[in-house]
Design a protein. Structure first.
Ligand code: DSN
Length: 438
C-alpha cells in the first residue's frame, strides 16, 4: 500500500502535511535509526493512534468519569490496564500519563513533598532529566542526592549507592537510566531502600522490552512503583504508564492521615493532579502494543536487541575503539572517545551526514562539556525491528569505523556511505512505513 492509498484525505486536502509525511517516511526508511530511545511503531499502533478515540473527552477513570458517553472508552481503558497488568505482573496499572516525564512527575506528587531528598543519577552519568536533574521540575522542587558510575569502570557501585543512601536518607530512590548499558540490580536497590525507608521507583522506559523478554532483571517484584514510556523499544504510541503496589508500605510513616493507598494516590496524582483528559487514541494504541508484546515473536525481538548490541560492541572493539562501561547487557552501545582527538559531537554529526542517526552523550569520567561530550550513544531496537541480526551489525560497525576515520573530511565519503546504507535498507521491511500487508 502506498502513502497515497494510506493517507488519501491528506493527499487531497492538505498536500503540505502529506508531503512532510512522505519525507519522514523516506528519511526513516533510508537511514539507520540508532537513537537508543527509538524504534518503529507497528501498523496496529499507528492505526489505533489515528482512530476516532482521539475525539473523546474522558476525564476521570472507568466508571468514574466527568463526561457522559464513555461507555466504550471505559472498556478500552480497562482492556489496556488489564493487558498491562498481565504483561508485567503488576498489581495496579495507570495508562493515562501523556508520556514518561508526566508519569515520573505523578510519582513525585504521590510519594514525596517539595523539598524532600530524592536519589537519582545525574544526566551526565546516564540518568534521566526527571530523576532530579537541576533544570527539570524534579531538581527544582526536590533535592537530588546524586549517585553515579565509577569513572574508571563505568559501572554503578552498589556499595557506594548504599553509603550515600545511609548518609543522606532520601525518601525516594530512582533505579533507572537513559544511557547506562549494563543491567540494574533491583534486588540490591530494594535492600538499600528498605534500610533507609525510601520508596524504590524503577524507570524502565529504556529497557521494558528486555524485561518482557526475560533478558533483563524484572523490577516489578522489588519496587513500590515502576514507570515507563510505551514508545521506545516497546513499539507503542508516544505515551507513558505507571505500575505500582496497591498498599503503601510507608503509609503510617509518611502519610498517616491520608485515606488513600499508594495506587489511589498515583491515580489522583495523574488525574486531576497533573493532567486533564486522557489521550484515548494513545491508550488504544498502548492496548494493542501490550497485546503484541505478549507474543513469542516480541520476546524474540527483545532477545535479539541484546544479541545485536553485543555483536556491535565486539565489532567496534575489534576495530580499536573503546565503549563505555566495558560492553553492554542491553540495547545500548556508548562509544567512548575520551582518548580520541575528535568529540562525541563531531562523530554524531558526521554519522548523521552518512545516514546513521544517533546522539552525542557524556561517558563516565568525561572531561568534555555536555554540549560536546566524548561519547556517542547508539541503540539497536530500531534495527532489530527491521529484522537485522548479528551479521548486519558487522556492516554497521564498518560504516561507523569509516565515519570515525574520515570525521574531519566527512563530505568526501558521506554520499557514498549514505547511498550504501539506503541500498542496504531496501532489503528490509520498514514497520509502519514500507508495507507488509497484514
Ligand atoms: N529522550 C529519551 C532518551 O533519549 O533517552 C529519554 O526521555
Amino acid at each position: 500500500m502506498s502513502n497515497a492509498e494510506r493517507f488519501p484525505h491528506l493527499k487531497a486536502n492538505d498536500p503540505e502535511v502529506y508531503q512532510l509525511i512522505q519525507e519522514q517516511c523516506e528519511l526513516e526508511s533510508s537511514t539507520l535509526k540508532m537513537i537508543a530511545s527509538e524504534s518503529y511503531a507497528t501498523y496496529e499502533v499507528m492505526e489505533a493512534c489515528g482512530s476516532p478515540f482521539t475525539n473523546k473527552y474522558s476525564e476521570g477513570y472507568p466508571d468514574a468519569r466527568y463526561y457522559e458517553g464513555n461507555q466504550v472508552t471505559d472498556k478500552l481503558e480497562n482492556l489496556a490496564r488489564e493487558r498491562g497488568k498481565k504483561l508485567f505482573g503488576a498489581e495496579h496499572f495507570n495508562v493515562q500519563p501523556y508520556s514518561g516525564s508526566p508519569a515520573n512527575h505523578a510519582v513525585y506528587r504521590a510519594v514525596v513533598k517539595p523539598g524532600d531528598k530524592i536519589m537519582g543519577m545525574p544526566v551526565t552519568d546516564g540518568g534521566h532529566l526527571t530523576h532530579g536533574w537541576k533544570v527539570s521540575f524534579s531538581g527544582m522542587d526536590y533535592v537530588q542526592v546524586p549517585y553515579g558510575t565509577n569513572p574508571e569502570t563505568g559501572k554503578i557501585d552498589m556499595d557506594q549507592v548504599r553509603e550515600i543512601a545511609l548518609r543522606e536518607r532520601p525518601k525516594l530512590i530512582w533505579a533507572g537510566t537513559s544511557a547506562y548499558p549494563l543491567k540494574l540490580d533491583y534486588a540490591a536497590f530494594a535492600e538499600i531502600a528498605k534500610e533507609v525507608d525510601a520508596y524504590l521507583v524503577a524507570d524502565i522506559s529504556h529497557i521494558n522490552s528486555l524485561v518482557i523478554a526475560g533478558v533483563h532483571p524484572d523490577p516489578v517484584p522489588y519496587c513500590d512503583v515502576v514507570t515507563s514510556t510505551s514508545h521506545k523499544m516497546l513499539r507503542g504510541p508516544r505515551a507513558g504508564f505507571v505500575m505500582s503496589k496497591i498498599e503503601d508500605r510507608y503509609q503510617q510513616k509518611y502519610f498517616p492521615t491520608s485515606k488513600f493507598n499508594l495506587a489511589q494516590r498515583i491515580d489522583r496524582a495523574v488525574f486531576p493532579g497533573l493532567q486533564g483528559g486522557p489521550h484515548m487514541h494513545a491508550i488504544a494504541a498502548m492496548a494493542t502494543a501490550f497485546a503484541y508484546a505478549m507474543t513469542d515473536e516480541f520476546k524474540e525481538y527483545g532477545k535479539q536487541i541484546v544479541k545485536n548490541a553485543r555483536a556491535l560492541v565486539s565489532a567496534i572493539i575489534e576495530k580499536g575503539y573503546a565503549v563505555a562501561s566495558g560492553g553492554t547487557d542491553t540495547h545500548l552501545v556508548v562509544l567512548d572517545f575520551r582518548k580520541e582527538e575528535f568529540t562525541g559531537k563531531d562523530v554524531s554529526q558526521a554519522l548523521a551526514k552518512c545516514g546513521i542517526i544517533a546522539n552525542f552523550n557524556m561517558v563516565p569520567g568525561d572531561q568534555r562539556k555536555p554540549s560536546v561530550t566524548s561519547g556517542v550513544r547508539l541503540g539497536t531496537p530500531s534495527l532489530t525491528s527491521l529484522g537485522m541480526k548479528e551479521n548486519d551489525m558487522l556492516k554497521v560497525a564498518d560504516w561507523i569505523d569509516q565515519v570515525c576515520k574520515n570525521v574531519y573530511d566527512i563530505d568526501k565519503v558521506a554520499t557514498r556511505i549514505r547511498g550504501e546504507i539506503a541500498e542496504f535498507l531496501k532489503g528490509f521491511d520498514v514497520p509502519g512505513i514500507r508495507p507488509k500487508l497484514i
